[in-house]
Design a protein around this ligand. Structure first.
Ligand code: GDL
Length: 695
């Protein structure tokens, strides 16, 4: 077993590798063993065994392994050891464990003792994706859910003799799950304060699938957790969408993060073989900033100017694709075809002796007038580059994919004059761009054909559904553009009133998604992820006019005039009431002030003026508004979190806010915060509700 060794300086080595932590069909033992070989070759050192749908990892976590299963696990753990990979066995008891029952804790220990008997020395307890409400027995025994998890984790960790590597996955494993913010999360503070120091904590970044992970965000969470986290990176995970697979490079994690982290484990695509790029590029990233040692790969890329000085995603991708091509071209079939189809020989060039296959049978050679043999060109590096660009990353299409979408959009937008079947002449520019679009479509089809012919069938089969889908999507776009340009007849594949089943793409789920107003039916082309940088700062007198403007604009949003009598909180942005000191913040983006959060520590006088009866536990008032351009809820959550924190410091016990029911934006925001609940308050105008939270 590869022991978690200490590096010469005494610091523990950086954990790097793969977590098999996705939903769906787990990898096979053969694939895992192959993974260990690759990890060793590429310099990664860890594998976290956590397949969500493996019966005995999660649903039936109490059940011990049968002798047959035990034999397989023993072999797997020793294969990891032989390849210098630390095998971490994870268990997810959170679906139904009663934390306060000693029998449950004993069952957990018994199971982990069994796995320890298989030669495993590193362990992990995962509490992701579970109900956060404790059962009555646990509520009696523990003050919070975090206390329950930490108590059991510490006990198991101690029982196992404090292994060198022991990982804990919190239920709030990303910033988006923290209420109200990472720094103010009571759950994370309990974990940070009480988890034994030898236990490391997994963290997925700002979101479940994080677009970017910044150094600042890691500094923030580390200070709450009192330890550097191990990133469980879902950047290449695809278990949430059966139409997507991610073949782009490890990206948008600055290499400066490496010294701030305990490690990184990628939870990649469900399909094993297409993970070549995900794991290879992660390995390149991990090597890019190791101590002060010399870099093994020169990574500064001109095309990445202004970005990471140690790591270039483009270069890492090129390295990975070059190695991957070799694997595609090597057969995985016993007695399989030779990597490249030989060009069919002409009959007259044959010697007396007939050609033999590798199996010793004579090669069929067509005679004059007969069908020539099917031949396909071998896969090229350019094909793999295209493949990766078409299936790039969760928040980003590759360059060619973006170009194709932009061009199709342009061609469509500049050719609306096809009326009643009569086609008006196209401009030279339109024709040229249509031709270029067509060439790009042909390249996709060619890539598909060459891929279908690769000798390594395992990789092909893992990719097949995806490449078939994109070939068909691109094919339809191609026919459509031809039709727009007046070439060819309207294709039944595009316009037919009685389509084949492939005309109903995405099935029932696709139909549900297309009906929803904003979730589930977005596309990356029209709604690229937000890159706006927001800052929160204290309100100053110069902000008065802007805050008033936002107040007026948001009150009118969606309706001509605000209806009903004024709310108490209207007095704050309008200037009739002054916010309490240290209780006023504004949100800014690059265009200026775009939101505010204002508070009054004692709202008694203001309430009397408005004939409201305050609830004794909620004497303080807050109000918040954002301009419609702020569509990302994260900065708003940070702002209200900071406001509540300073109000608490000022001695507030409970705050309330008043919300017009027509203000869907704020109604939605406060409801989703989790901490605010609706309050029954006397004297509220019609269509106004009050929500509050204790501090
Ligand atoms: C998750 C799950 C993970 C899943 C991923 C992507 C963690 C800690 N847990 O939330 O099992 O594969 O999302 O769907 O990430």
């Amino acid at each position: 077993m590869a022991k978690q060794s200490a590096s010469p300086g005494g610091t523990r080595r950086f954990i790097s590798g793969v977590v098999e932590g996705f939903y769906g069909r787990p990898w096979t033992m053969e694939q895992r063993t192959e993974l260990f070989r690759r990890e060793q070759k590429w310099g990664l050192n860890t594998y976290l065994y956590a397949p969500k749908d493996d019966y005995k990892h999660r649903m039936y976590w109490r059940d011990l392994y049968s002798p047959e299963e035990a034999e397989q696990l023993v072999a797997l753990i020793s294969a990891a050891k032989e390849n210098g990979v630390d095998f971490i066995y994870a268990i997810s008891p959170g679906l139904d464990i009663t934390f306060s029952n000693p029998k449950e804790v004993a069952a957990l220990k018994r199971k982990l003792d069994q796995v320890s008997g298989f030669g495993c020395r590193s362990f992990s307890l995962l509490f992701d994706d579970i109900e956060t409400e404790m059962c009555p027995a646990d509520k009696q025994a523990f003050s919070t859910f975090a206390h329950a998890q930490v108590a059991v984790t510490n006990e198991v960790f101690t029982h196992l003799g404090q292994p060198e590597t022991f990982l804990f996955c919190p239920t709030d494993y990303c910033a988006a799950f923290c209420s109200p913010t990472v720094s103010l999360s009571a759950y994370l503070h309990t974990v940070g304060d009480n988890l034994l120091p030898g236990v490391d904590v997994l963290w997925t970044g700002p979101k479940v699938v994080s677009h970017h992970i910044t150094v600042e965000s890691i500094v923030e969470v580390s200070s709450v957790l009192k330890r550097a986290p191990v990133i469980w990176d879902n950047i290449h995970a695809n278990d949430y969408d059966p139409q997507r697979i991610f073949l782009g490079p490890y990206k948008d994690r600055p290499s400066d993060l490496i010294p701030k982290l305990r490690g990184v484990l990628t939870n990649p695509n469900c399909e094993f073989y297409p993970n070549f790029v995900a794991i290879h590029t992660l390995a390149t990233w991990c090597r890019s900033n190791v101590g002060a040692g010399p870099k093994d790969v020169e990574m500064t890329g001109e095309e990445d100017s202004g970005s990471d000085p140690c790591y270039s995603p483009q270069k890492a991708l090129s390295l990975a694709l070059t190695d991957w091509l070799e694997e595609f071209l090597s057969t995985d079939q016993p007695g399989g075809r030779r990597p490249i189809n030989p060009a069919p020989l002409k009959k007259d060039s044959l010697d007396e002796e007939p050609m033999q296959t590798e199996g010793g049978e004579p090669v069929y050679v067509p005679g004059p007038g007969e069908n020539p043999l099917f031949t396909a060109e071998p896969l090229t590096l350019a094909d793999l580059q295209l493949l990766s660009e078409l299936f790039y990353l969760p928040y980003e299409h590759g360059t060619t994919a973006r170009t194709m979408l932009t061009e199709l959009n342009w061609l469509k937008g500049h050719r609306e004059a096809v009326v009643g079947g009569a086609v008006t002449p196209v401009t030279a520019e339109w024709r040229l761009r249509a031709e270029r679009f067509d060439e790009m479509c042909v390249a996709v089809v060619t890539m598909f054909n060459r891929l279908s012919n690769v000798p390594n069938r395992r990789i092909l089969y893992d990719l097949y559904n995806y490449i078939c889908d994109i070939k068909s999507g691109v094919g339809m776009a191609r026919t459509y553009v031809k039709q727009l340009g007046g070439q060819g007849n309207p294709s039944p594949r595009v316009t037919c009133d009685d389509p084949e089943p492939w005309g109903f793409r995405g099935g029932l789920s696709g139909e549900f998604q297309r009906m929803l107003p904003c979730h589930g039916n977005r596309d990356l082309f029209r709604h690229p992820p937000m890159t706006t940088v927001y800052s929160i700062r204290p309100y100053c007198p110069e902000d008065k006019a802007e805050v008033l403007r936002i107040h007026v604009e948001t009150q009118r949003h969606g309706e001509a005039k605000p209806t009903g009598p004024a709310m108490i909180s209207d007095g704050l942005p309008s200037g009739q009431l002054s916010p309490s000191s240290n209780c006023a913040l504004v949100l800014e983006d690059e265009r200026g002030v775009c939101g505010y959060a204002l508070g009054l520590t004692d709202a008694t006088a203001a309430a009397q003026k408005n004939q409201r009866v305050l609830l004794k536990d909620f004497p303080s008032l807050v109000t918040m508004q954002l301009l419609p351009r702020v569509t990302d809820p994260a900065p708003a959550r940070r702002m209200i979190g900071s406001l509540l924190a300073s109000m608490k410091t000022s001695g507030c016990r409970g705050v309330f806010c008043e919300l017009r029911q027509s203000d869907r934006n704020m109604m939605d925001f406060f409801s989703k915060l989790g901490s605010f609940r609706t309050l029954k308050m006397a004297g509220l105008p019609v269509n106004v509700i009050a929500m509050g939270t204790s501090l």
